[in-house]
Design a binder for this molecule. Structure first.
Ligand code: CMC
Length: 392
């Protein structure tokens, strides 16, 4: 049946109309609501970017204060979530835990099922943005066997998250400005990225009319994979493995493996479906990496040197030039996160935390679209035609 357009991987299918994020992959340009990512990264904090992505405009100081207040009203999670958490093994991957916890929140907010009510949709959006740091920090504390730290609402969104991650009840905890700014920048750079796999998943899942916690849990699940949000973890593991096996000296040998299609080895943190030029987020991340390592006295970080060397070689190598493969956002984000004390297994959960605003804004945009329909792709059938039953 030739009625359908066959487009594996949706390489050339626009699945929706959207006014949130614009990417020009050839130029390496990324805009949230028309504002270049480079300008937002230096002028805004993550809460302003969340407001912009959700509402379409940057907030006035009054709107910003009101938004901050709304978010802080929802930073706690129901105490029952702690008992839910206890069902997991202590060595569970944080993304397994997060997928469960986010979906599990459906059980607590029955008003979220009324997706036709704009006010309920707004409260669900605020709840998700507010609670994600609490859940990610809980997932971390659980794996290290430390008590959960409750949110402290007089801190910034990112400062509060750092405190929930790293404070213990036995010592005062002071948020380090450099660390806070670096993490806030990571959040800004990951906030939205138009119709990537996890966002498309949220839209498809949400198109059935399911509640937003269920739809975002589907997004978290999709993000986990190494071709998507799992690349930051995979990239750092790759760098550590390389460092432990010869470091810079062995980069050439490793690159040969990457170029050998039979090896199954990819240069993680490189390549992108849309960017055929330098990912603008990777540029900002590399700069943040330099700043953070400098401020924390880690200028000699061997993994950063290794990453720079891999990049230098790749950008000159015909294999990468021909295929227009450049570093993506995940190439340097792991090094920054590692420098500020975030364990590798948590990197993708940090990405999920930051992308939540994009997911929920895209979900809300879909439900507000008069042309919105359940997503239901077709197929090119390649199996048997009808045949008679015969005992085998
Ligand atoms: N290392 C080596 N070769 C690569 C890489 C890489 N990282 N990425 C792409 N290629 C090659 C690929 O083998 C193919 O070669 P050929 O044309 O000879 O068969 C060509 O480049 C095109 O790649 P593709 O897999 O057809 O491209 P895609 O658009 O389907 O995949 C991608 C995009 C991001 C999944 C892929 O580049 C990749 O696997 N990169 C590594 C994982 C990664 O860093 N992912 C993070 C993406 S950005 C942030 C996010 O979404 O989380």
């Amino acid at each position: 049946t030739g009625m359908f357009t066959y487009d594996p991987g949706f390489m050339s299918t626009a699945s929706c109309q959207s006014s949130i994020t614009y990417i020009d992959g050839d130029k390496g340009e990324l805009l949230y609501r028309g504002y270049p990512i480079e300008q937002l990264a230096v002028n805004c904090d993550f809460m302003e970017v969340c407001y912009l992505i959700l509402n379409g405009e940057l907030p006035t100081p009054e709107q910003k204060a009101d938004f901050d207040r709304q978010v802080t009203l929802h930073t706690m999670v129901n105490e029952q979530m702690q008992f839910f958490m206890r069902g997991f093994r202590r060595d569970a991957h944080p993304m397994a835990v997060l997928t469960g916890l986010v979906g599990g929140m459906s059980a607590f907010y029955h008003d979220s099922t009324d997706i036709t009510n704009e006010r309920h949709r707004h409260i669900s959006a605020i709840r998700l943005i507010a609670k994600m740091p609490t859940l990610v920090a809980m997932a971390y504390k659980y794996t290290v066997g430390q008590p959960y730290i409750y949110p402290q609402n007089d801190l910034s969104y990112t400062g509060n998250f750092l405190r929930m991650m790293f404070a213990t009840p036995c010592e005062p905890y002071v948020v380090n400005d450099v660390v806070e700014r670096a993490l806030d920048r990571i959040f800004i750079l990951h906030a939205d990225h138009e119709q990537n796999a996890s966002t498309s998943t949220v839209r498809l899942c949400g198109s059935s009319g399911t509640n937003p916690f269920a739809a975002i849990a589907a997004g978290v699940a999709c993000l986990w994979g190494p071709a998507h949000g799992g690349a930051n973890e995979a990239c750092l593991n790759m760098l550590e493995h390389l460092q432990a096996n010869g470091g810079v000296e062995k980069v050439g040998e490793f690159m040969e493996k990457v170029k050998d299609k039979n090896s199954g080895v990819r240069l993680m943190g490189f390549g992108h479906r849309v960017y055929k030029n330098y990912d603008p987020r990777a540029k900002l991340m590399q700069q943040t990496c330099k700043e953070v390592l400098g401020a924390l006295g880690l200028e000699k970080d061997p993994l950063f040197k290794l990453a720079m060397e891999l990049e230098r070689i790749a950008l000159e190598d015909q294999y990468f030039v021909d295929r227009k493969l450049y570093p993506n956002v995940d190439f340097y984000s792991g090094i920054v996160q590692r420098a500020i004390g975030i364990p590798t297994a948590l990197f993708t959960a940090i990405f999920a935390l930051a992308r939540t605003v994009g997911w929920i804004a895209q979900w809300n945009e879909m439900l507000s679209d008069p042309e919105y329909k359940i997503g239901r792709p077709r197929q090119l059938f390649t199996g048997y035609n009808s045949r008679e039953y015969k005992k085998a």
